[in-house]
Structure formats: C-alpha cells, structure tokens
Ligand binder design. Sequence first.
Ligand code: SF4
Length: 406
Amino acid sequence: MDLLNTLVDKGLRRELPTREEALAVLATSDDELLDVVAAAGKVRRQWFGRRVKLNYLVNLKSGLCPEDCSYCSQRLGSKADILKYTWLKPDEASKAAAAGVAGGAKRVCLVASGRGPTDRDIARVSETIEAIKEQNEGVEVCACLGLLSDGQAERLRAAGADAYNHNLNTSEATYGDITSTHTYQDRVDTVTKAHDAGLSACSGLIAGMGESDEDLVDVVFSLRELDPDSVPVNFLIPFEGTPLGKEWNLTPQRCLRILAMTRFVCPDVEVRLAGGREVHLRSMQPLALNLVNSIFLGDYLTSEGQAGQADLDMIADAGFEVEGAGTTTLPRHRADALAAAGCGTGPAGCGSHEDGACGSHEGGGCGPCGGHGAPEVPEQVPADQARTDLVAVRRRGAGTDLAPNA
Ligand code: SF4
C-alpha cells in the first residue's frame, strides 16, 4: 500500500504525516489491519526496539472531585461504586509504589483527583515523592494532580518529580461536550507549565467518547505540536453511574488503528497503552505491543487491570522484553533535549526517561469510519453486546486492605 510505505518513510524520518494520511489509517479495512500494524511496528522498532516500559499507578486521592469530566468515575455526581479516600500518607504511597517496582515498573505515576493541587497539596506530594525516591532507588516519578498554578511545577521538580501528566483527552472542538468546569486551553496551559519547569511532559487522549475520526486526528496532531515525551492512549472504560456509561463503541480493530495512527504522528514519542486495553482490545492486546512501547502494570485508578503476571507473560510471549532500569527509554535526540532542559530523567541524570500517563482517568466512545474509498466498517457495537461485565471496580490497589495485583 502506497499509504503505508509513505507513513513508514515519514515515521523513520520523524516527519509529520498529513491529516489526510492520518485519517486514511483510521479508515482502513479489517483486511488491511495486519499491514497497518506491521507498518507502524517498523516505526516503533526503529525508535524503541522491542522494549516495553512498565508504569505503575498509585491513586493518592480517589473520588469526590468537583469537576464534571463525563468519562470519569470520580466526577462530581458520579454514582459509580468506586473507592473514595483522601490523601495516602507518604509511607503508604511508597509502599504501594514498591509493589509496582517489584513487578518491574520503572515509573510510578502519582495521581490525585481534583481540579488542581493547593500549595499544601504540593507540599504533601513533595514529601511523598521524596519518600518514594528514597525507598525505591532509581525509580522515575510522574505526578498527575490536575491543573497547575504558577510555580507549582517548579516545586514538584525541586522535590524530585521527573514528569507531569495532564491529558488533552479530546479535540478542542469537542472538549466542551465532555467537560464544562474547565477548558481545553486550561489543559494546554498546564502541559506547557510542566514542560517549562523542566519536567518531562506527558499528555494523551481518551478514545471512544463519541468522537469522530477528525476529532481523533485533531487531538493527536495537537499533542504532536505540544511535543510531550509520552502520549498515553486511553480507551474509554464506560463506568455505570457516569454520563458515558453506555458508550460501548470501540472494537479491538478500531483500537489498533487508533494506536497505529498515533504512532505514525508521534513516531519517536513514548506511546503508552493506558486505561481500557483489557476491556476493548481483549485477546488482541499482544498485537498492540507492536505499536506502543509502554503500558501500565496492574490496576488503573478506579478499575482493575489484568493481573501483573499476565502482563509480563503477554510481553514475553509476544517476543518483547521489559525495559530495564538502566536503559534510557527515549531515543537519544529526545533524551538529550530533556537533559538539556534540566530534567533528571535525561541521560545525564538517573537513567530512564519518560513520563507516565497517569491520565488513565478511565472513559469510552466511537467514531464513524472516514472514507477514502475504503469499505465502510461498522464500528458501533450493538447495546446488547456491551461488555459491562468487563468493568471491575478497583478493590485491590493502594488505599484498600488488599494487596495490589502486581
Ligand atoms: S478527570 Fe480528574 S478533574 Fe476530571 S472529574 Fe476525574 S478526577 Fe476530576
């Protein structure tokens, strides 16, 4: 296929595809899917080999958020039966982080629900970062605390944070349909603040919220422009009790096309397969490892992931390897740029890089297939096939009495 040859050539040169080329990837047929995966896989291997970076989420504060993000089980008025608790103490968070590190995680993502941190919250999280760094040698820490005020990113950086996550989630044009309590520009501003403070920026998306192909291409192109070091791709987990609880529109094939498009647009960036992989990709998860170079290990913020051992087995069975602590994740040119900006995760620093995509604020949705002469592929999953049985509320992770699953 000329399209795929062109996209591979551009990906190997870090050249931006055209919007039409990105849309054409989303419009490919199921007959072409393996060719699409193979092509994007060449780009993935060029920049990241066969390595898979593992990241581990610690939910510092769960539920009771005043914001109204439609996809989120922690939102204002959510009736989802999730765990709710206030800030974990530094030692508790460090203990939870250690479980992930023992399972092979290289990065710990510290997440807290809420619009954004107060200065007191920043002090609390700074203590937590210090405890985790002291007790887990060499681990990278990413914070995901919502919208940042001036100076807060610098304080987190000074406390030892390596990265900051804040997702754009969806296109600017549809952002107002998903959330009314803050704006798309608020999110862009926070990613910029993190970047300017020398933190490795992490920002991604949630697919499956009813967006069109054009919306998906818009948000991925906006991310390329923001130039984060890592891009988490979430697939909406439709939680009962949230406005998007009935959005079961994704198929494994569509998820793979979205990941391939993201890889072509962001070829040398850590693309992370984030929330929703188990429920939407299901038995096709191993194929996605040809497209992404990073996944979360274990549970998500408010839902259970598959067991950590199942992830490790999947990576080995698919012929990939878990990235070791001594390996630099990012390609040399990106790692050098990060180090020059003062981030400790650069090559001159602690070794590894990247930020986590703690933005796995679970969500779901579909998108009409584009066109480009390709046969029309039905993407809508009939309501009676909705796999609500696949969404299990998190009961095992940090903040519970039970052991984490990694
Ligand atoms: S995504 Fe974050 S800000 Fe939005 S409702 Fe959920 S916890 Fe609150």
